[in-house]
Every structure is written in structure tokens, then in C-alpha cells.
Design a protein around this ligand. Sequence first.
Ligand code: DX5
Ligand code: ZN
Length: 238
Amino acid sequence: APAVIIAPSILSSDFARLADEAVRMEKCGTEYLHVDCMDGHFVPNLTIGPPVVKSLRNHTPLFLDCHLMVSNPGQWVEELAAAGANGVTFHIECFCEAPYDKDEPGPYVGLQSRSEIEGARALAKKIRALDMKTGIALRPRTPLSAVKHLLDEGLIDILLAMTVEPGFGGQKFMESVLDKVAEARNLYPDLAIEVDGGISPKTVAKAVKAGANVLVAGSAIFGAENAKEVIDTLRRGG
Ligand code: DX5
Ligand code: ZN
């Protein structure tokens, strides 16, 4: 698997002191800053958008890894590029007609129609054309098959497997998602595979063993007395 990358999620930081927190993370030796953009529609929370990314850009050289939890991701990618984002990850569920119910048992039925597939392809290409890394995210119930066409075409730089239902920090890690991570790692040995949600010194070993190499952590890092210690532990894989 590719080298480990640590991505602190600023969702769990003090939003009134974002620049200081970015500098603090840089000093802790992280590679990324994970920026959770939520629109109050795709998920029941409202957070950060392009203006905040633009302000952050003046304070950090870290890779700004923007995770779009919004219903219309295509609406924001130009502004994010102009704001200085380095990567944009969008959710494949945005392109699926079928509603996603987090409480339903079994896998979510992903892409079905031609137009859904085309929409996702076009956006993946657009993000690259804007000189950013392209990420594709899967909610916990969404199977890898929903994005296989994008991966096989080489349109994706980062595969993000959500290990909680998106929306909030501090939720419990869903170990069941790791089968999907292992499946992806088997098929794509060089792909950046990111896990997000409930990653901590206690859960990280299982995620890394399954094949994840980009590790997002919010509450585990920002809730710690010693963030550097947590970051070093995550990097070592627990
Ligand atoms: C959840 C966000 C995550 C979140 C992770 O919707 O995508 O990035 O901040 O927070 P923790 O690490 O606390 O689960
Ligand atoms: Zn996230």
C-alpha cells in the first residue's frame, strides 16, 4: 500500500481559531488538512465552504483535502479550486436516483442509469481539469461496485470509504466497512484509500490492516491533550 498520510479533520477543531489549528497540525507533521464541507441537505449539518478554504489557504501549506457532503457537488468545484483546495472528494450517492436510507439493512443499490454514471464521470474529470486531486466517497452501505467504472477508467486519485454515516464528528467506527476497504486494496494496490469516521489509536490498526493509507481523524486528534502523540500513533498504525 502507498505511504501513510494523516489528515486531521478540522470539523473537530475550534472554528474560531482555524488558522492556529492549521499551523499546529503542520507542526505535528501531518500531510493533509481534511475539510468537511456540508450543505445541510446531503447531511443534516452545515459547515464550511469555499470562503473558509480561501482564508485557510493563506495560513497553511498543507494539502487541503475537501470532503464534499453536499447534494450538488458540481456547483462548488470551480470556487474550491480558486480558493486553493488541493483535492475535492464527492459522494457517489449524489448521482444515484435511489434514496439512501442509512437504517435499511444490506447494501445500497448504487448507480443504475446511464445518466447517473455520466454525471459522476464528468465531475471526476472536471476536478482533475481544475488541477486538483479527485476523490470519490462511499457512504457505509454503498458498495465498491458503485464506483468501479470510475476507478477502472483511472479517473480517481483517492477512494474515501466512510467508516461512519457522514454528518458529524465523534461517532462510533463501523468495522463492517473494512471488508470494502480490503476489497478495494486487493483490486487497486497503488490507489490512495482513505478512511473517515471514528479513526483513533484504538481503531486504526484494523483500518490499516485492511489496506487504508489515508487516515482522517477529528475528535481523536483535536480532543486529545497531546495531538502529536495521537498523530504519531496513527502513523505507526496503532
Ligand atoms: C463526518 C466527517 C468526518 C469527521 C470525522 O461526516 O466526514 O471527517 O470529521 O470525525 P471523527 O474522527 O471524530 O469521527
Ligand atoms: Zn470527512
